[in-house]
Design a protein around this ligand. Structure first.
Ligand code: URA
Length: 206
């Protein structure tokens, strides 16, 4: 549904950076929610399914709490390739680690997310974590301050790749930012807040 030439262009732009693979957004054209993550990890680039690795188990838990299935929702991310860095655990072989995408990588793939939002016109967008929040809303707040609230706001779309400048859409979207599923992996104490947020989000579903 996203033109191949657009995907090709975005992949040419990200090619100079240490990113590998490509994962398509997944879901129906009229989803009840559009989830936006950060970038796929190792598992995802091998099987092509967003949120199928460790964070995916938490993501599936989110869906369960919301009472929806993967076929009800659209799942995508700010960057569609896996940003990696090389590292060497003590006494072991050097290997690739996931890392947060940088602003150039996010801008390289921005037109794909822009096109998905334009095509799907999601009734509620759910940015998961700071990268998705910043990509869509331009600010980088403390997640504790912005998660769990429904807001109506325009979202950013890439205006100029050369200067990496974005512009806000003319229309407002409804957004409900939540923590990234991986956040609960690292900080178990967030689980209570996450559950409360999902409970609230559930009330906005059709
Ligand atoms: N994080 C994401 O943002 N997407 C995935 O598919 C996996 C982890």
């Amino acid at each position: 549904m996203i033109p191949q030439r657009l995907i090709q262009l975005c992949n040419e732009r990200i090619a100079p950076y240490p990113c590998e693979g490509f994962v398509y957004g997944k879901g129906p054209l009229s989803p009840v929610l559009m989830f936006v993550g950060e970038a796929p990890g190792e598992t995802e680039i091998h099987n092509g399914i967003p949120f199928s690795g460790r964070a995916g188990r938490y993501f599936d838990g989110f869906l369960q709490e919301l009472g929806v299935t993967r076929s009800d929702v659209y799942v995508t991310s700010a960057v569609r390739s896996r940003p990696y860095k090389w590292g060497k655990p003590k006494g072991r072989e050097e290997r690739k680690y996931n890392r947060t995408p940088n602003q150039k990588e996010i801008a390289a793939h921005a037109p794909i997310l822009d096109a998905e939002i334009e095509l799907i016109q999601p009734s509620i967008i759910v940015p998961m974590g700071r990268t998705a929040y910043q990509r869509l809303l331009g600010k980088s707040p403390r997640m504790t301050e912005v998660t769990g609230h429904l807001i109506a706001a325009p979202v950013l779309k890439l205006e100029n790749w050369e200067t990496r400048s974005y512009t806000f859409t003319n229309t407002n979207y409804q957004l409900f930012p939540i923590y990234h599923p991986a956040a609960a992996l690292y900080k178990r104490s967030l689980e209570t807040d996450i559950s409360a947020h999902l409970e609230k989000l559930k009330q906005y579903l059709p």
